[in-house]
Design a binder for this molecule. Structure first.
Ligand code: ZN
Length: 489
């Protein structure tokens, strides 16, 4: 199946522009969170998107080395080259060590991702653990003539690079337009050109997070961490680089420029970008996005959230949209997802008890083939979910004896659901807070014991069970297949 895998490549804007990924090894790098606050819905989308990619690639037999970093230095407020470090600012406000902030929010991020059943990456490097490599890469870029030093800071020379390369290859932007559009920000005056970006910044006296370098006591620019950690763990050229669409420019555009300037080659075969989450059709603003944490969703503890939504509801909601499409948040959409996942798991329970026939009237192999086909088409998770719901119709028809399946086809159908629902989509059964399922399971046990007694003509026991249940307002009705129970009003 893997030879048919097609990935949409942001860089090429076509699926087929690069040679297919060669089995068995895949290197995948995804930009991870900047850990200065709780994870919100906007963090869940890239995490779940690339978890789906990670899971599916492994499922079809690739050996995947998945690197997802923790950004704990160099990401400044406003995503620009001036201003406070996001971590440093939080540390100042909370009067904590920056690394206490990093540890605290990294733990909370892991906890949220575990709840969402997002697998941990193979390697999770921290930017602050790779300062030496970042200095080395900046030196190399300078030696190659694509960076310059000003007052202890080092900047990437965008127009110099653009003479012989294309700064804009990923985003489709043109350097000339960037120059006229870039607004002058405070602290940017020392750049030759407003489009240039920092590889190293000299720290002001009040800046807490600082390291020695050949140029100044300072800290690395935001973009260079990913170029460095990608190359260190996956090589100078690797297969997949992912992240949210909001990172496409300038972060990923600049990563390409840095790697080409340092190593003379394109660093990544496939660039993949998940689209944004919108609210009533509008891009979910940063302030709003940050206001509703994943915990708020799980607890229902925010005015925008009508009720608690379980982690699997959130996961299913995200997987119901293709990663390249925008996803509109609303309570209705989440409640629809909640119903959808319930229907899927109910069908899987029915599937477990499906009676076998000596011939099949439905083609299960074809359904399984379509599941692979949709996933091979650029990880089309909504397509896969639609196939699984087509299968739900088959399961219900077999249950109602309108269609029939052989023993081996039922086994095939079960493994299709197990593989695609649990392993690929990464969904799992959640303990429900209400006790309905427990009551149902207990009642089935009791009815089983009573049925046994009746078979053994032990009517004293079967009547005792019936009478005692009646005392707690549970009624038993014998049917030709066994017995049914209900609560007496
Ligand atoms: Zn990054």
């Amino acid at each position: 199946m893997k030879q048919n895998l097609k990935i949409y490549n942001t860089l090429a804007r076509r699926k087929e522009d690069f040679e297919p990924i060669k089995p068995p090894h895949v290197g995948m790098y995804v930009c991870g969170p900047t850990v200065y606050g709780d994870a919100h819905l906007g963090h869940a989308r890239p995490a779940i998107t690339f978890d789906l990619v990670f899971r599916y690639l492994q499922y079809i037999g690739y050996k995947v080395r998945y690197v997802r970093n923790i950004t704990d230095v160099g990401h400044l407020v406003d995503d620009a080259d001036a201003g406070e470090d996001k971590i440093g600012k939080k540390a100042r406000l909370e009067q904590l060590e920056p690394m206490e902030i990093v540890q605290y929010y990294t733990n909370r991020y892991h906890n949220d991702m575990d709840k969402l059943n997002v697998l941990r990456p193979s390697i999770e490097p921290h930017a602050s653990g790779h300062i030496i490599e970042q200095i080395e890469m900046a030196k190399k870029i300078m030696e190659n003539g694509y960076a310059y030093e000003k007052n202890g800071s080092v900047y990437f020379d965008v127009s110099k690079y653009d003479e012989s390369n294309d700064y804009g290859v990923l985003s489709g932007r043109k350097v000339d337009e960037m120059l006229s559009a870039t607004r002058e920000l405070e602290g940017q005056e020392e750049k030759n050109n407003p489009a240039d970006f920092a590889l190293w910044k000299k720290a002001s006296t009040e800046h807490i997070m600082r390291w020695p370098s050949p140029w100044s006591d300072g800290f690395p620019g935001w973009h260079i961490e990913c170029s460095v950690m990608g190359a260190k763990y996956l090589g100078e050229q690797f297969d997949i680089h992912g992240g949210g669409m909001d990172l496409l420019f300038p972060h990923h555009e600049s990563e390409i420029a840095q790697s080409v300037a340092a190593n003379g080659k394109q660093p990544v075969k496939y660039w993949m970008h998940n689209n944004m989450i919108t609210l009533n059709g509008q891009k979910m603003g940063k302030s709003l996005g940050n206001a509703v944490s994943l915990e708020d969703f799980f607890e229902g503890s925010q005015k925008l959230i009508e009720k608690p939504y379980s982690p699997m509801t959130i996961r299913f909601f995200i997987l119901q949209a293709h990663y390249r499409s925008t996803l509109d948040f609303s309570n209705e959409a989440l409640q629809a997802a909640e119903k959808g996942i319930k229907r899927l798991f109910q069908a899987m329970e029915t599937l477990d008890k499906l009676p076998a026939s000596d011939k099949s009237t439905v083609n299960i192999e074809e359904l399984r083939g379509k599941c692979f086909e949709t996933m091979n088409d650029d990880f089309n998770s909504p397509g896969l979910i639609a196939q699984l719901f087509d299968g739900v119709k088959i399961i219900n028809s077999v249950k109602e004896k309108k269609e029939s399946l052989t023993e081996s086809d039922i086994t095939e159908l079960k493994s299709t659901y197990n593989d695609f629902v649990f392993d690929v989509l990464g969904l799992k059964q959640e303990e429900t807070k209400d006790d309905n399922k427990l009551v149902e399971d207990l009642m089935q046990t009791i009815l089983g014991i009573r049925q046994n007694a009746r078979t053994n003509k032990d009517y004293a026991t079967s009547d005792l069970i019936r009478d005692n249940l009646a005392k707690i307002h549970i009624q038993i009705k014998d049917t030709k297949d066994g017995a049914e129970w209900s609560f007496l009003d």
